[in-house]
Structure formats: C-alpha cells, structure tokens
Design a protein around this ligand. Structure first.
Ligand code: BGC
Length: 424
C-alpha cells in the first residue's frame, strides 16, 4: 500500500516535473526576437513605441527596435523595401491601407489567421477596417489604433490673449489667423513636407467640399470632381492658408511645429491626433492648455488613419512564434489602452472602455461611431489609407508644387491632379 502510494506520488511528481520541464523548454523555445520597423520617434510616439517594446519583453521575447525617423513614414518605407529585397525582412513593419495589399501581392507577408481566427478579430474590429487588413480573405496585418486626421490644435492662452475662439469654419479660421497675426504670434504652425502639405490640403477638401466631394475627388479620383468649381475653391483656400505660416516652415518636422503651439509661439496646427501625444508628453492638459477641435467645416466628418503592423514570413521558428505573440498582443485590450493613451489615438478594438482617455479621445471615439453610421467617415489620403501608393505619391507632389510655387495656377494644378490620379 505504502509502496503503491509512493509509486503513485512519484509518478504524479515526475509527471508534474515533466510538465514543468516541458513548460520550461517550450518557454525557452517560445522566446524569440521581434524586430519591428516603425517611425514612432517623436516624444509621444516614442512613449507609445516603448509600451509596445515593454509588452513584448514581458512575454519573454527580445525586442529589436527598427525605428526610422521621419514623420509620415516615407523614409521608413524606403528602408523597408531594401531590407525585404535583400531577403531579410523584419518580423513586422508599420504598413497601412492599400500598401498592405501591395506588399501581400509580393508574396512576402505571412497569414495570421491562426491568431485572428481563435481570437475573433472579425467580431472585434469594424468590418471596413478588418477588410483592409486582409489579403484574399486572410489577415496579414494587425491594427493598433484609429487616428483622426482632421483636427485643429489650439493654444488656449494664446487664443485668450488674442480675444478669439477656436474657428469652426474656414471664414472663422482666417479671421482668427488675422487676430493672431496682430497679436504677434505665428497663426499656423506648419511643416513644409509633402505629407504635411497634403494633410492640410485634405482638411480643406473635406471642410470646403464636404465628405461626398472628398470621396468622389480624392478616393474615387473622379476627373470631373478633380477639375471642378469646388476643387477651385479648395485650392484657393489651401493656398491662402500659406500666408499665415512662417518663413521657416519649409522642411520642418511636424513635432517641431506642434512644439511651437505648445510653447505659444504659434496659435494653431492642423494635424492628426498624434500631435496630442506631443502635448501630453509635454505635460499639457486638453481643455486647459490646449484645445482639440475638428478642422474647420468638418465637425461631422472623420478622416481616419489606422496604424497597423503587417507581418513578414520568417524562417526562424522561434521568431515566427514571437511574431504570433506580437499579433495577439497588439489586439489585446490592455495593449490597445496603454498604447493609445500615449499615442493620441483611440483603440481600434470595438467596445473598449474609454474612461481613462481624455476629452479629445472621447470626442474622437463618439465621432468615429457617428460618422461611420452617417456615411461621413473617410480615409485619409495623406496617410496612405485610400489610394494606391503610386497615385498617392503623384497627387502629393502636385499639391506640394502648388503650395510651394508662386507660379503654379489653380487651373494647371487641377489638370495635373487629373493626370496624377492615373499614375500606376
Ligand atoms: C502615422 C502616425 C504617426 C504620424 C507622424 C502617420 O502617418 O500613422 O502613427 O504618428 O504619421 O509620424
């Protein structure tokens, strides 16, 4: 009896021991390296990226940061291409919108259905966003957030001093800009880089033309809308804005423009809500130190920019496993909250509690739902959400040439936009 007991307990113990050893072995085998390419290098962005690194390290993996500085990600995409061409892709890269399909067509992305299926991503994501993360019906990218692009950031004290309120129409914007000029501050902080010029341009297109025009002209690339009286008004309004920026705007990084508003050197900035990450990282409070208002004329519209990490096929099994853990972590409620509290955006995962988020994020969340019901939710072209990358690049060039050149006319620019829309 005693012997049997001993044998049993020995067996039980050794079974436990085996399980523990197996767990240890799997634990070791499971730990891999995750290399992630991104361009989150500004104050707020870096805090969000650190949250991601910490999440992966807590799972026992090694984090390999592949940060390529440069707002909007143009440099990051160039570097990524050379890495993939040389057969050495990172585990994941920040790739968004139609570019996900372009990369998938090259046959270099991995199928994430083994994570997405059991974790019910189809039920946890807005359908139109889930569709963009799939290639031929299979998930190849995991989303982290929803950024709203059509925001105007305002320095509260500067506006108070100038005796003005945040503008809600373009007419009010120019009145406010004049008042700021008189008060001796730069009315609009701008960074003269193509993606920032286009961010301003698409805000104007949405505010002046409305969401139906925006979709027809800039998403469907309809030539009659690209060359129309509405587009004339959009371009004229856009160019008028330049008169309220400073002479050092060319080439300036977006976060340096945000810093000008934070410091009160400038009154406003037109920028997506990653700018809020900068205000927060500088210890500023929305509603007190700064205001977030929809860019003029777009209170009912929402232009979205969803950051996602597309995942590449990897040869090393431990790294491929770590990559699966990354995909799963990105969609987890804890990560979605932590990351977005730092990034300025809102969770992309549906039905997340918003109680820890500030007033701007709550507003964004409400407007996201309402605009999606009302048909005024539009993809941001400046941030790669709508058109093939070749078209995006071509129309961005046309818009920046118009912004920068005193000789470019509205009519010629519209003709060039029609041509650029056909870029392959
Ligand atoms: C990205 C954001 C980023 C911003 C500025 C956008 O295209 O979606 O994540 O913060 O560029 O770099």
């Amino acid at each position: 009896m005693n012997k049997t007991m001993t044998l049993r307990s020995t067996l039980r113990l050794s079974a436990l021991g085996l399980a523990a050893t197996a767990a240890l072995v799997t634990g070791v085998a499971r730990a891999g390296e995750v290399e992630v390419l991104h361009w989150w290098t500004s104050g707020g962005e870096a805090k969000a990226a650190q949250a991601l690194a910490a999440t992966m390290k807590a799972k026992g993996h090694t984090w390999k940061d592949f940060a390529v500085a440069g707002g909007g990600g143009d440099s990051a995409m160039t570097v990524l291409k050379s890495r993939v061409v040389s057969g050495n892709p990172p585990a994941a890269a920040q790739i968004k919108g139609p570019s996900i399909q372009e990369w998938a067509r090259e046959g270099v992305l991995t199928n994430l259905d083994d994570v997405a299926g059991p974790e019910h991503w189809d039920q946890l994501l807005p359908p139109q966003i889930a569709a963009g993360l799939k290639y031929k019906g299979h998930y190849v990218a995991a989303p982290v957030n929803v950024h709203r692009v059509n925001w105007l950031w305002v320095n509260t004290a500067v506006f108070k001093k100038a005796g003005i309120k945040p503008p809600t129409t373009w007419a009010e914007f120019f009145t406010a800009a004049e008042a700021l000029k008189k008060a001796g501050v730069i009315p609009l902080a701008h960074g003269g880089q193509s993606w920032q010029d286009f961010t301003t341009f698409e805000d104007v297109a949405l505010g002046v033309g409305g969401s139906a025009f925006y979709k027809k002209a800039l998403v469907q690339l309809d030539p009659t809308a690209l060359k129309s009286d509405t587009m004339k008004e959009v371009l004229t309004t856009f160019k008028k804005i330049k008169g309220y920026t400073d002479k050092n705007a060319p080439g300036r990084d977006w976060n340096l423009a945000t810093a000008m508003v934070i410091r009160g050197e400038a009154g406003m900035q037109l920028m997506g809500d990653w700018a809020k990450g900068e205000f927060l990282a500088a210890g500023k409070t929305p509603g007190k130190d700064f205001e977030c208002v929809a860019s003029p004329g777009t209170a009912k519209d929402f232009s979205y920019n969803v950051d996602s990490l597309a995942m590449f096929q990897l040869k090393n099994p431990a790294n491929a496993k770590a990559q699966r853990d990354l995909a799963s972590a990105l969609m987890s409620p804890d990560f979605q909250e932590l990351f977005n509290l730092n990034k300025g955006s809102i969770p992309v995962r549906l039905n997340m509690p918003m109680d820890k988020f500030d007033a701007c994020a709550k507003q964004s969340s409400k407007d996201f739902v309402e605009s999606s019901k009302g048909g005024t939710l539009v993809p941001s072209i400046a941030h790669g959400m709508a058109v093939p990358s070749a078209v995006e690049g071509a129309i961005k060039d046309v818009v920046s040439q118009f912004w920068n050149s005193d000789k470019a006319t509205v009519d010629d620019t519209m003709t060039k936009l029609v041509a650029a829309a056909k870029a392959q």
